[in-house]
Design a protein around this ligand. Structure first.
Ligand code: BES
Ligand code: ZN
Ligand code: ZN
Length: 497
């Protein structure tokens, strides 16, 4: 989608008219340049109450004497925050076929730059489809949209730069979605690493380092190795460093990257197993965030780690009963090979300490229990720092990506250390509180500052996206498949402090 911004009244192609509930006629300020007959038709529809302008609704109109328009509801004027504008923008694209053309001119009545920007953001975000694997004739492919947003004199520069940022961040969301949607025969650990490597060539300020299987074995990454060794496609760790020459502590992101989770020897049932291609959603979130930051010219230092492995049953796979030694030195008794995400993350979190980060946030599709708790509506959010947890919760609210506070309790941690033969175990004692025991397990692998034995633990948060990375039917920025959630939350958190 091409988006341009300019003041003025001329309309190219279809007029997109965002309206509040209760609008009885085309607002005075929008009438200039509007085809008289089309204006009459729209006014009739509005005065007779045929379009109520409820949030996210649209109505398309073909003028009897020429001209095309699409009305789009912003809901009640009193409730119209930037989220309403973003949703309305997305609704236009969701109904793009009814716009009857690819040239769109959006015209607002007295909207702020932020509101218009949010509308453009919604259009940009929703303009996504995953059809790389469909045979298509050139003619059947959706043509690129050319969107012009008209604004008042004096608003154009601020709106153009805001729209550019939204376009850059949307490219990060779309990268995350592409990675998540990619079939697991083509998205395996090395494929992800190769893509990261190629991607970094486009940015002078980004370095990608790949720790391959042999190096991971040598380094003692027992968690990553144990999970990945059952597959012919070997595991790896990918490290992204942005503006690495900058001094000082920086944000650090860590992602679970299981490119396919069969469960391993603790094999999953067959139903819906295809969905386990999304089990690398955490690493896709991390990569997408790096793209959002890089493409918008972020100047600060940011480091990210993705832990890539395919969890397969084979004669080389780990077994329930095995004891592994992680990078931290801590040993883990494997009681269920399907609780593998926490194993790869144990090495990723420990490795993160090497970069002396300001904070570490991990993203992971860790447990079905989290989906039971929060459905597809909110990400589970745990942290060892209450203020930090609140900051992330608020960053999520600011961009309409909910992350809900969950408890990190000593009792859960105790449950996970209750192994007779190892320091810790990868399974809780029973099936209750499964998302919380997983979070408590991870906490044990968050290093202290400079790895000092009695030092203070690095500020850390865990974001469980098992329910929100896909299947989110109420997320109006997404039609189907991978959602790309939290690229925007992270962009907001990292760039707004
Ligand atoms: N990748 C799954 C978690 C998952 C389940 C994500 C459903 C999305 C939807 C994870 O590796 C897993 O299998 N977890 C187990 C943990 C259990 C063995 C403690 C689970 O949730 O059953
Ligand atoms: Zn699993
Ligand atoms: Zn998994």
């Amino acid at each position: 989608m091409k988006v341009s911004v300019s003041p003025g009244h001329n309309i190219n192609g279809t007029l997109i008219l965002p309206l509040f509930e209760g609008s009885e006629a085309v607002p005075e300020s929008l009438q200039g340049g509007l085809h008289t007959a089309l204006k009459g038709q729209i006014n009739r529809i509005l005065s007779e109450g045929d379009f109520k302008a409820k949030i996210k609704t649209t109505m398309s109109i073909i003028g009897s004497e020429g001209g095309k328009a699409m009305l789009v509801g912003l809901g009640k004027e009193d409730d119209a925050d930037i989220h309403a504008y973003r949703k309305a923008g997305a609704a236009v694209i969701a109904n793009r076929k009814k716009a009857h053309g690819t040239d769109l001119t959006v015209r607002f009545s007295e909207a702020s730059v932020e509101a218009m920007g949010a509308f453009a953001e919604g259009m940009l975000l929703r303009d996504y489809s995953y059809d790389h694997y469909k045979q298509q004739e050139e003619d059947d492919k959706e043509a690129e949209l050319d969107v012009r947003i008209t604004c008042d004199e004096g608003q154009e520069d601020a709106l153009a730069s805001l729209t550019k940022i939204h376009a850059g961040v949307a490219s990060g969301v779309h990268l995350s979605r592409d990675l998540g949607n990619c079939p697991p025969n083509d998205m395996y650990p090395e494929a992800f690493a190769d893509q990261a490597w190629e991607w970094a060539k486009d940015y002078d300020n980004v370095e990608v380092t790949i720790i391959n299987y042999d190096q991971a074995v040598k380094a003692g990454m027992g968690g990553l190795v144990a999970v990945g060794m059952g597959s012919a496609r070997k595991p790896c760790m990918v490290i992204f460093e942005m503006n690495r020459e900058k001094t000082g502590r920086c944000p650090m992101l860590v992602g679970k990257g299981i490119t396919f989770d069969t469960g391993g020897i603790s094999l999953k049932p067959g139903a819906n197993m295809d969905e386990m291609k999304y089990d690398m959603g955490g690493s896709a979130t991390v990569f997408g965030t790096m793209q959002a930051l890089a493409s918008t010219g972020h100047k600060g230092k940011v480091v990210a780690i993705t832990c890539m492995a395919e969890n397969m049953p084979s004669s080389n796979a780990q077994r329930p009963g095995d004891v592994i030694t992680t990078l931290s030195g801590k040993t883990i008794e494997i009681l269920n090979t399907d609780a593998e995400g926490r194993l790869v993350l144990s090495d990723g979190l420990w490795k993160a300490g090497e970069f002396d980060p300001e904070y570490i946030i991990d993203f992971a599709t860790l447990t079905g229990a989290c989906v039971v708790a929060l459905g597809h509506e909110a990400t589970g959010l745990w942290s060892n720092d209450d203020d930090f947890r609140t900051r992330i919760h608020e960053a999520g609210n600011a961009v309409d990506e909910l992350a809900w506070p969950m408890p990190l309790l000593p009792a859960f941690e105790k449950e996970m250390t209750n192994s007779k033969i190892a320091d810790t175990r990868n399974l809780g004692a029973g099936r209750y509180g499964g998302a919380n025991t997983a979070a408590a397990f991870l906490k044990q692998f968050v290093p202290n500052r400079n790895y000092e034995k009695d030092g203070e633990q690095i500020t850390w948060a865990h974001m469980e996206i098992a329910g929100t990375y896909w299947g989110a039917k109420t997320n109006s920025m997404v039609g189907n498949g991978a959602t790309g959630i939290h690229v925007r939350t992270m962009y907001h958190l990292i760039t707004n402090g």
